[in-house]
Design a protein around this ligand. Structure first.
Ligand code: AMP
Ligand code: MN
Ligand code: MN
Length: 332
C-alpha cells in the first residue's frame, strides 16, 4: 500500500487541502443550494484542476430548487450533474462556499456517507461540519482559497480556470468594492491568464428576458422603508411573490443590491416567497449591525454585510416581526 500523507481531521492550509485532494481518485464537489457565482466558480475551477491531475470529478448543487442559469455559463466541460445523479457515497466530498450542512440541500446526507470530506469556505457562520476545513472568514470569496489550492496542486492557471475564479471573485467582492488590493491583484492575475471580464460578465449575468422589466418594476415599486428599524439605521425591504420567484429565478437575486443602494447606512432585505409558505430572505448592509449574527439567530448564516435565512411563514409580516427584533438586538 502506498503511504498517503493525508492530514488529520480539523483545520488545513491550502497545502493540506491539496494533500487531501491528491489522496482521492474520485471526488464529488458540491456548492451551496441556489448557487451564486462564488459557489459555482469555486467548485467548477477546482473540478477542472482536479481533472488535469487525473482525478475523477463530478460537480453538483443541492436541490430541490433548479440550478440557476449562471452555472451553465461557467460549466464549460459539462461537469455538473443533477443532485439526484450525484454519487451516493463519494470517496471524497468537497464542499465549496458552504457554511452549514443544511446548505447542501438534498445532498446533505452525502457528508456522513462520504469516505472523507473537505470544506473550503469563507463564512463567519461556518458551523464546523465535515472532516477537513480550509475556512477563513477573512477571505472575500471561496474562489481565493481555491486559487491557493490549485497552486498547491501544481496546476497552471489558464483561461479555463481563470473564468470561473474571476466570476466568483467579482461577485463576492461586489465588483471589487470589498477585498482590498489582494482581490484586485488576483483579479489582474486572472485577466492576464485569459478571463475577459466583459464577455464573462455578459455570459454569466448579462442577458435578461424583456418581461423582467415589468416584474422588476412591480417588486421595486412595492419596496418599503422602515426608518426606525435596526436601531435607527433603517430597513428597506421588498417582497417577491411565488409566481415571480419561479418565473424569474435568475433575475430576482439581483434585486437586493438595488434595495441596498437606497438603504444608506441601514439594512436591505429581499423577502422571496419561493413557493407558497416558504420564504428565502437575502440581506445586505454595511457590516453594522452584523447581519451574520441576525441571520444565524433566524436559522441562516452569512457574513457581516451579506447574509440570509430561510423559513416557513404565512406572510411577509411573519418574517418581518422576528427580523426587526433581531436587527434591533444586533444594533444593541
Ligand atoms: P445571498 O443573499 O443569497 O446572496 O447570500 C448572502 C450571503 O449569506 C452568502 O454568503 C450566503 O452564502 C449566505 N446565506 C444566504 N442564505 C443563507 C442560509 N440560509 N444559511 C446560511 N447562509 C446563507
Ligand atoms: Mn455563495
Ligand atoms: Mn462566497
Amino acid at each position: 500500500m502506498t503511504a498517503v500523507t493525508r492530514p488529520a481531521a480539523g483545520p488545513v492550509d491550502p497545502a493540506g487541502a491539496a494533500a487531501v485532494l491528491r489522496a482521492a481518485s474520485s471526488v464529488l464537489l458540491v456548492g451551496h443550494l441556489r448557487p451564486d457565482a462564488d459557489a459555482a466558480g469555486s467548485t467548477l475551477a477546482l473540478a477542472v484542476a482536479l481533472r488535469r491531475i487525473g482525478t475523477d470529478v463530478v460537480v453538483s448543487f443541492g436541490g430541490p430548487d433548479p440550478v440557476p442559469g449562471l452555472v451553465a455559463a461557467l460549466d464549460e466541460h459539462g461537469l455538473v450533474v443533477d443532485s439526484a445523479d450525484a454519487p451516493e457515497a463519494p470517496e471524497l466530498l468537497v464542499c465549496c462556499d458552504i457554511s452549514s450542512e443544511q446548505r447542501l440541500g438534498d445532498l446533505a446526507g452525502r457528508v456522513s456517507a462520504a469516505g472523507d470530506s473537505l470544506v473550503i469556505d469563507h463564512h463567519a457562520s461556518f458551523t464546523g461540519f465535515g472532516n477537513h476545513h480550509l475556512v477563513d472568514p477573512q477571505e472575500p470569496a471561496t474562489v481565493t482559497l481555491v486559487r491557493a489550492v490549485i497552486a498547491e496542486l501544481g496546476v497552471e492557471l489558464d483561461a479555463e480556470l481563470a473564468r470561473p475564479l474571476f466570476a466568483g471573485l467579482y461577485t463576492d467582492t461586489g465588483g471589487f468594492r470589498w477585498g482590498g488590493p489582494g482581490a484586485l491583484r488576483l483579479g489582474a492575475e486572472l485577466v492576464e491568464a485569459g478571463a475577459d471580464p466583459r464577455t464573462l460578465m455578459d455570459a454569466v449575468f448579462g442577458t435578461r428576458p424583456f418581461a423582467w422589466l415589468a416584474a422588476e418594476a412591480t417588486v421595486l415599486g412595492g419596496a418599503r422603508r422602515d426608518p426606525d428599524a435596526a436601531g435607527g439605521a433603517g430597513l428597506v425591504w421588498a417582497v417577491v411573490d411565488p409566481a415571480t420567484a419561479s418565473r424569474f429565478r435568475d433575475q430576482t437575486v439581483t434585486l437586493v443590491g438595488q434595495l441596498r443602494a437606497t438603504a444608506g447606512d441601514g439594512v436591505a432585505a429581499l423577502l422571496t416567497e419561493t413557493e407558497p409558505g416558504q420564504w428565502s430572505v437575502s440581506m445586505r448592509g454595511t457590516g453594522t449591525p452584523d447581519l451574520s449574527r441576525v441571520a444565524t439567530a433566524l436559522g441562516g448564516g452569512g457574513h457581516a454585510a451579506a447574509a440570509g435565512f430561510e423559513r416557513s411563514a404565512g406572510g411577509a409580516e411573519e418574517i418581518l416581526g422576528p427580523l426587526r427584533a433581531e436587527l434591533a438586538a444586533a444594533a444593541g
